[in-house]
Design a protein around this ligand. Structure first.
Ligand code: MGD
Ligand code: MGD
Ligand code: MO
Length: 907
């Protein structure tokens, strides 16, 4: 018999460890108990007492009013949630709150969407006594911030904003100052939002039950708005968004509390940076370049222009003279169609996507070690881990919702190890920060593996039962000289040893990595060594552990899953295998060749050489974001036809022959797959802007005009087709994805997979591989003349090429790329903070503002690549990962000097 307790003398089962509030709401409905200081994603607080209920320990026993939100249930209790005593108490509390609240509901921005108003109504308050004596109504509004505003005359001191800032984001910007009647919310050292350290995540605005802190956009009351649930377009966390619209206009975005990926939280990009969608700069008509100038064209003209040229090139030079780059910003269905166009319609495997310049080494390295190139566990596993290793990733800027979760864990004492050349935010909370020289991951990981073997702290059982290749691996590792490797990495060997033992001894250690691992000449090898580290300590196939690449773009996982890569088709099947090739050909009713196509860097080389004649590029700004800008521009200008399908006129689009105006994520249906393999529904929030079409519709149009019969685009229809060819999508339908999606592989009937490799690896046994450190040719060739290393990082406010975030209020918060430089290097070169400097590499130079900081060590500098005015990739190199061809963005040899340079203002 399950345990029971009583509500108004009727018995109901209780759950282990639940509060009275959750018990009451579970049985009597969500609205059955009013609350003010409580919120679904915050710890119970018990301050407002509006949630009080009468409680007796036995039938007809003496009752006592208790705050239900933080009181635990006990077996056999008797709860009376609406007794006359409680009704009076609640009414008194709310009346007191209201006497110090402006009575301006009718003109208040959140009228109709105010929790305080709802609670007052629910306890039967219609009119309130006018405030008497001293009030807080004189408090000034804070209008400093592009997205959030505060009007503390409306504050009811419920602490929800303070707690959201602490418990959800972990920023500790908001505080309660003063005592008693004088107590009031402050930001930072009593600053405005803009001046404070606020990261603009908006968790406080979402938490506020009045409009004491609110979104600026909310001013048009979202009460009668339509709500659509969709998925964010920015990073691979895959936050769910609830978008409010009225008359086809987006009013505001909130984070659904029940979202598996982000439970009530987003960063400022997801919540606020959406105004690009109807920005005047959006492309609204096809353009064809004639005599060096873009001219407006109809869709028919643009389609004819493209298909005539494609047909002519196929006839004259064969299908391999054409290539496609698909966009990881667009849904699975559109990526699937784009690779199908290249393979089935053109007849080439020349198809790639931004995974090439991002996590291609992750996919390859993990495939080699485990058989599957994707995250092994779910982000939710953070709840169960007791050691977090973050290597070459900076999630508080690049994956902020996951970053905040990791930060919360570290602040609460979970063991943290950060391996990064910069003092990233998480390094402040981690027990160990191994601040290595950029480009030396292999040396550092080999040190960790050495100490784990040498100190005999490995998981022998796991290694024996689940892996192969260990003995050879061990022999190689034990030959290494720790002093030599310590000198290479620049990290003290005892510190590495301590950190290694901490990782190995943890019950469950969870690994996260990013581009500091992949964007190197030894990127794939580094990934394989991380897999070695996870296997040697038995951290695979269990909760709170695993190897978890923080995938970059919102749908980069999906773009590769769907086959937007030249060596594997939809579902990662090997295109060179004759049986698989035949299967694709039968399925597509086509004649796809069985040789591997061009990877992105090979496309550029082939274009310059004259072998590649046409490129169709969807949503990727290669001129700004691929390395060695001058070379990329040369490649673009060598093509006979460059089709750019975009939402804005990017640096790349300027080189196009034809521009096709696509629709943004807010204007279309489909699915995105996040970094934990979660396939989630993207839903059309507004109609495509006049003159634009969704990317899927454009591809289907072009397929049909090339003579290939493809039915009109619907997400349901596309998913049905995909589920027939991609094995791990077999059980996915548009309907069974529901609100929180499913994690692939999804089996028939819809069962999904939150964790991979539980009892065996995809490839059977996990494979150990030894790799020795090799200095990058960039360092060897240019190190003498260019003594500094510049690496790249990302900033929270801006996203990659910045076309979208630079067209939102985010530019008011962060205006430019800067160069992080250590005080010593600055002094050596007579550089002062804020001065313009010239950074020169063997490829070119950039003028950029110096920001002097000890976030970087001497001889190491770092910057971002979000602003075309700077164009950082003018200096990055052609060196690539030896295996997956991911560019080595993170190790660029350079010189630095003061410059008179100003920004090149772009026209
Ligand atoms: N705000 C924001 N978020 C984004 C993006 C954005 O542009 N802006 N882009 C999205 C995309 S596409 C991606 S791929 C992800 C990327 O997210 P991350 O992988 O976090 O990317 P980065 O910040 O470029 O690099 C991560 C870290 O690698 C470190 N690093 C550099 N060299 C080395 C090295 O040799 N070894 C080690 N161990 N570390 C090194 C850098 O100092 C940096 O802190 O972010 C996504 N999210
Ligand atoms: N120096 C340096 N350079 C780097 C990196 C680095 O660490 N350092 N990181 C690299 C990495 S990891 C990546 S992923 C790349 C990212 O580089 P890009 O892929 O070029 O960057 P995004 O800004 O994501 O740009 C995608 C483009 O898609 C467009 N877009 C957005 N949504 C849609 C849509 O629905 N339809 C269409 N048609 N277009 C759309 C946007 O306007 C934008 O121009 O940058 C790389 N470049
Ligand atoms: Mo990326």
């Amino acid at each position: 018999m399950s345990k029971v307790a009583y509500i108004n003398d009727k018995a109901y089962p209780i759950h282990e460890g639940e509060t009275m509030l959750s018990f009451l709401r579970r049985h009597n409905g969500k609205k059955s108990v009013p609350t003010l200081c409580d919120a679904p994603n915050l710890e119970p607080f018990g301050s407002c007492r509006v949630c009080s209920v009468d409680v007796a320990l036995q039938k007809e026993g003496k009752t006592k009013a208790m705050a239900s939100c933080h009181s635990p249930m006990q077996e056999g209790m008797y709860l009376y949630p609406d007794s006359p005593n409680i009704q009076k108490l609640r009414k008194n509390i709310i009346e007191l709150v209201l006497t110090d609240h402006p009575l301006d509901c009718l003109t208040c921005e959140v009228n109709g969407n105010c929790e305080l108003q709802d609670v007052a109504a629910s306890v039967g308050i219609r009119d309130v006594r006018y405030p008497e004596g001293e009030t807080h109504l004189h408090r000034e509004k804070d209008l400093s911030h592009p997205y959030m505003t505060s009007d503390l005359s409306k504050c009811i001191n419920c602490y929800r904003c303070v707690r959201a800032c602490d418990e959800v984001q972990g920023e500790f910007v908001l505080n309660m100052a003063g005592r008693g009647f004088d107590s009031h919310i402050i930001k930072g050292h009593d600053q405005s939002f803009k001046e404070s350290d606020c990261v603009s995540c908006g968790a406080c605005a979402q938490a506020c039950p009045t409009s004491a802190i609110s979104d600026v956009f909310e001013s048009k009351s979202v009460a009668k708005a339509e709500k659509t649930r969709t998925v964010c377009t920015y990073c691979g966390v895959g936050c769910n968004l609830e978008v409010s619209t009225r008359n086809g206009e987006i009013l505001s975005i909130q984070a659904p509390y029940d979202a598996a990926a982000n439970g009530g939280h987003t960063c400022l990009k997801g919540r606020y940076a959406f105004k690009f969608y109807n920005h005047p700069d959006r492309l609204r008509t096809p353009l064809i370049k004639r005599n060096g100038e873009f001219e407006e064209a109809t869709w028919d003209e643009a389609y004819d222009f493209i298909t005539d040229k494609f047909k002519q090139l196929i006839a004259d030079h064969g299908p391999d003279s054409i290539a496609g780059i698909s966009s990881a910003r667009t849904p699975n269905e559109e990526n699937y169609l784009m690779q199908k166009f290249m393979r089935a319609v053109v007849g080439t495997n020349n198809i790639d996507c931004c995974a090439r310049v991002c996590h291609s080494p992750t996919a390859l390295g993990m495939q080699r070690a485990f058989g599957t190139g994707a995250a092994t566990n779910s982000i939710d596993d953070l709840k169960y881990t007791d050691c977090i290793l973050v290597i070459g990733a900076n999630p508080t800027d690049a994956h902020p919702v996951t970053g905040a979760k990791i930060k919360q864990k570290l602040m609460k004492g979970t063991m943290g190890i950060v391996i990064d050349p910069r003092k990233i935010e998480l390094a402040k909370y981690a027990k160990y920060h191994l601040q290595l020289r950029p480009g030396t991951n292999v040396a550092l990981l080999n040190m960790m593996l050495y100490y784990i073997i040498n100190e005999d702290v490995m998981d022998k059982d796991f290694v024996a039962k689940r892996t192969e290749g260990f003995e050879e691996f061990k022999q190689e590792i034990l030959k290494l000289d720790m002093d030599e490797l310590a000198a290479i990495t620049g990290v003290d060997k005892d510190l590495v040893k301590e950190a290694s033992l901490a990782y190995a001894k943890a019950n469950a250690a969870m690994e996260f990595h990013g581009l500091g691992v992949t964007e190197h000449s030894q990127g794939t090898f580094t990934v394989q060594l991380i897999a070695d580290l996870a296997m040697i300590t038995g951290n695979i196939g269990k909760k709170g552990a695993g190897m978890n690449p923080l995938r970059g773009q919102n749908n980069v996982q999906g773009a590769a899953d769907m086959g937007a890569q030249p060596h594997q088709g939809a579902g990662y099947l090997d295109v060179t295998n004759p049986e698989i090739n035949a299967r694709y050909n039968t399925f597509y009713n086509a004649n796809v060749p069985s040789h591997i196509g061009y990877k992105i860097p090979e496309m550029f080389d082939a274009a310059i050489k004259g072998d590649l004649k046409a490129l169709w590029l969807i949503g990727e700004d290669v001129v700004q974001t691929d390395p060695n800008t001058q070379k990329v521009m040369k490649a673009m200008d060598s093509l006979e036809l460059l089709v750019v399908q975009e939402i804005f006129m990017t640096e790349t689009a300027k080189h196009a022959t034809v521009i096709l105006p696509g629709a943004s994520f807010l204007e279309k249906n489909g699915t995105f797959t996040n970094g934990e393999r979660r396939v989630q529904r993207v839903k059309k929030v507004v109609e495509p802007l006049e003159g634009t079409k969704s990317d899927g519709e454009i591809i289907v149009d072009l397929m049909n005009r090339m003579g290939y019969p493809q039915p009109p685009y619907t997400p349901e229809g596309m998913l049905e087709e995909i589920s027939q060819i991609v094995p791990f999508f077999m059980g996915i339908t548009w309907d069974n994805l529901g609100d929180n999606g499913l994690q692939w592989p999804v089996f028939e009937g819809g069962k999904d997979t939150p964790m991979l490799h539980i009892t065996e690896f995809k490839r059977g046994l996990g494979k150990f591989t030894f790799q020795n450190f090799k200095e990058s040719t960039e360092v060897e060739t240019h190190g003498k003349d260019y003594p500094y290393i510049i690496t790249t990082n990302r900033e929270l406010e801006h996203y990659n090429c910045g076309t979208m975030t630079r067209r939102t209020g985010n530019v008011d918060i962060l205006t430019e790329d800067v160069l992080m430089i250590n005080p010593k290097d600055a002094a050596d070169n007579l550089i002062e903070d804020g001065q313009m400097v010239c950074v020169e590499s063997p490829r070119g130079k950039v003028d950029i503002k110096a920001f002097i900081t000890d976030e970087v060590k001497p001889r190491v500098m770092s910057s971002t690549f979000h602003f075309p005015e700077i164009m950082l990739n003018n200096i990055t190199s052609d060196v690539h990962d030896s295996e997956a061809m991911c560019p080595e963005y993170k190790v660029v040899m350079c010189r630095v000097r003061k410059s008179k340079g100003k920004y090149k203002q772009l026209v």
